[in-house]
Design a protein. Structure first.
Length: 203
């Protein structure tokens, strides 16, 4: 799919993205993060969204992540030889996009660095639904050590598939373009108080 973003999961009111690990005022040491699990299927233009406490049907028009919210995100994007070019990556300083480097047989950690973004396109559903460009800035592994971008092996598909998995803490930003909506997920650095709240029970 050349330099175009990919067509992907059909999420009408798509609201994904997260905002940077900028410093917060001393008075605001903790933020409320919503836990959201998203399974995107690029082949069928669908997505299953699981947010505890929020009832949403699978594979329909849903707002994945609302604008202006802090999210503890786990997003899984299964890829096959037919869909590997639908998730792209690009540096803010670069001029061209390239595939994410997650593909069947190419398992392992993917690059994380400041200014590097992973992105794909989502077709909105309905007569007047816009397209959505989903852009994820995962940050670098030193500063945003709770975030991860990884190409996983999927036992269900074996060597014929792979799963691009993006997880961690983000802030969602939506920006309107002439013919689409850009949903950005920007890495957030956790305060010590937030680490105690959200990660103290993790293995």
């Amino acid at each position: 799919m050349a330099q175009e973003f990919a067509k992907t999961c059909g999420l009408g009111a798509l609201a994904l993205v997260l905002a940077a690990g900028a410093a917060v005022p001393a008075a605001a040491q903790t933020r409320s993060f919503t836990t959201t699990n998203i399974d995107v299927n690029l082949a069928t233009d669908t997505a299953d969204v699981d947010t505890p406490g929020v009832v949403r049907a699978a594979s329909v028009n849903v707002a994945i992540v609302p604008d202006g919210t802090f999210q503890r995100l786990d997003m899984r994007i299964p890829l096959t030889d037919d869909t590997v070019d639908e998730v792209l990556r690009m540096s803010d300083q670069g001029y061209t996009a390239e595939p994410s480097r997650c593909a069947p047989g190419a398992y392992g950690p993917l690059d994380m660095e400041d200014g590097l973004r992973y992105f794909f396109e989502v077709e909105g559903r309905g007569a007047n639904a816009p397209r959505y460009t989903v852009t994820v800035y995962a940050g670098n592994r030193t500063t945003h050590w709770a975030n991860d971008v990884y190409c996983e092996f999927d036992p269900e598909t074996g060597e014929s598939g792979a799963v691009l998995r993006i997880s961690g803490f983000f802030y969602a930003i939506h920006r309107r373009l002439s013919d689409s909506v850009n949903v950005q997920l920007r890495a957030v650095s956790l305060s010590p108080e937030e680490v105690d709240i959200y990660l103290s029970d993790d293995d």
